[in-house]
Design a protein. Structure first.
Length: 290
């Protein structure tokens, strides 16, 4: 990977987790995993971006894109959730075959300053390349995110084919390479298309909903411009939905003028126990008491 070196070069050093995250502002985009996109949507706008020829889900973190900044001026994270990609920085999985755990990981060069004499050990056994506990947890998380990225890429590709992804705009109002879900296009999907999206998994539909929900964190000027409608164009006609006749009655219960009678429908004594076991009338009850 360009800009990365093997972790083996730092095997004798230690790792300290970053406390400032302004390094993420350079790209303005942080990859998001399929285990965290719903939570991330509550804090950051989710978008799709093409990387390596495939769509990748991520969150925008640049201040120019957000309603409120994700970081303090000193780079400290201010939102309620910190994405996994920032928690595992500067480590990435290597694009090569590896026999030992330490050989599976590369270090992004800009973050190499986080490695030094302080923090958790990188390796606990240089001969075997065994990682320290903290680094082993990061390694497992990186493998999880690689699998999640593949699932999200497939879901985003289905949304692209369905025609619901639209680009957001830059400062000049021109389309840029970050894509969100168009609410109108998504609402207009027919039942066959929706069924096709959910045929193998509900992930495409869940993801579309999360991306729509997260648009609230985008500055209004970044949102896609709606397609102009011709003046005087008639509104779309409502499509009648075939249903059971009983649906009409159930849907109109609130408009019906009726009341519920709280009395018994029948006398249990007469029907179930027989007349001889029926409770006494109030008059006979008084005579028996006298």
């Amino acid at each position: 990977m360009t800009g990365a070196v093997p972790l083996l070069a730092f095997a004798s050093q230690r790792y300290s987790a970053p406390r400032a995250f302004r390094f993420a502002l350079e790209a303005g985009f942080v990859a998001v995993n399929d285990t965290e996109y719903l939570l991330t949507a509550h804090h950051l706008p989710l978008v799709a971006r093409i990387e390596g020829g495939e769509p990748v889900l991520g969150a925008l973190v640049a201040e120019a894109d957000l309603v409120r900044p994700a970081m303090e001026p000193d780079g400290a994270w201010r939102l309620g959730y910190l994405p996994i990609a920032l928690r595992t920085y500067p480590f990435v999985l290597a694009e090569r075959e590896a026999q030992r755990p330490i050989d599976e990981i590369d270090v992004l060069v800009p973050g190499a300053g986080l490695l030094g004499a302080q923090g958790a050990p990188i390796s606990v056994d240089l001969a075997t390349g065994q990682l320290g506990p903290e680094m082993m947890a990061i390694r497992n998380t990186l493998h999880m995110t690689r699998s999640g990225r593949a699932r999200l890429s497939q879901a985003l590709e289905l949304l692209r084919i369905a025609g619901v992804l639209v680009p957001i705009v830059d400062e000049a109002g021109a389309s840029r390479g970050d894509w969100t879900v168009d609410a109108s296009a998504f609402a207009a999907l027919g039942n066959p298309v929706v069924a096709s999206l959910a045929r193998q998994s509900f992930l495409p539909l869940d993801l579309a909903g999360a991306m729509l929900f997260s648009r609230r964190h985008l500055r209004p000027e970044r949102l896609p411009k709606p397609e102009p409608r011709a003046l005087g164009a008639p509104p779309p006609k409502a499509v009648a939905i075939a249903s059971d006749p009983a649906d009409f009655m159930l849907a109109s219960l609130e408009e019906m003028d009726f009341a519920l009678d709280g009395s018994d429908l029948f006398d249990l004594g007469d029907v179930v126990l027989g007349a001889e076991f029926a409770p006494l009338s109030p008059e006979l009850e008084q005579e028996a008491a006298a």
